[in-house]
Design a binder for this molecule. Sequence first.
Ligand code: FAD
Length: 322
Amino acid sequence: MSVIVLVEHTGGVIKKKNFEAVQYASQIAKKAGTTVTALVLGTVTETEMEGLGQYGAQKVLHIADARLDEFHARAYSSALVAAAEKETAKIIVTLHDIGGRMVAPRVAVQLKAGLVAGALSYPDTEKGFVIKKAVFSGKAFAYVNILSDTKVIMLMPNTFPATKQEGKAVVERLDISFSEKDFVVKVKSVNKVTGEVSLADAELVVSGGRGMKGPENWGILEDLAKELGAATACSRPVADSHWRPHHEHVGQTGGTVRPNLYIAVGISGAIQHLAGVNGSKTIVVINKDPEAPFFKAANYGVVGDAMEVLPRLTAAVRKFKE
Ligand code: FAD
């Protein structure tokens, strides 16, 4: 009765947040006196999969079907259900990211399992199977007890940092037959994100809001990001106005980031924006309005015009690095 965890990859490379999920699952398994099996789909090298042992996976189930190189929510869900049944897993872990949000609910329905989205804690088994999660855009916490026999947990990325240990997972091939319906959604094209640093994995983020006035001013924000080695993000109206691409939009309806440093430039700090960034370790706010709500959530604040503050900050960082 192992714990099973879905591990995604990008072009054969497994990203940091998946190591967090594997380690999280392995801690749960350890407490339950069982093992953790990772499910990997599509084309990935043996070495990459064995490496999951460094985060606590004893076994990797690999479905090598090349159609799974592209994300297909239905096929991924069928694969996870099949793997869970094979392993008689009662606990299934995914990430609370774009993929996880499409797969986990489908799996929970098929396995008649209770589900907790956005998990922020390990299950407290003293009181049942209680998991902490944020509600009302991060303004409060709920403690959810999963009563069903089978449980699905969607772990919030960047909640528990993954640490490498010695270990090598055993890779076992799993063959399942998919139905045509599993691939009913056709991927027509893939737009690669060209930013220097991927937002989801970034330790430093520089983010701009409507206070940047227009896309023509983004150069000074990108200069700072480049100098810091940071990823760039934005508020929703900025993405809605096509000043920046949608994958940079963070908040309740966008991505969630938990970097070490989040610099918010010309962003008011609406609750829906904070929902995606309030897990950041340090928040710096640059806003010309001293009454901007974001200052209440900030560790450091600069009251000033972004057009003046940004170039000076970039110059200061450059000087500091010399
Ligand atoms: P504004 O609210 O217009 O704020 C601009 C800020 O820039 C102001 O504080 C101003 O003082 C400052 N400023 C102006 N000029 C300068 C200058 N020269 N220098 C420095 N500062 C300056 N928003 C999100 O971001 N993410 C979400 O996921 C999201 N989801 C939502 C979901 C729902 C259901 C709803 C209803 C709303 C959602 N929103 C979301 C929108 C959210 O409520 C806010 O409207 C939005 O975050 C505001 O964006 P902003 O701070 O960039 O713009």
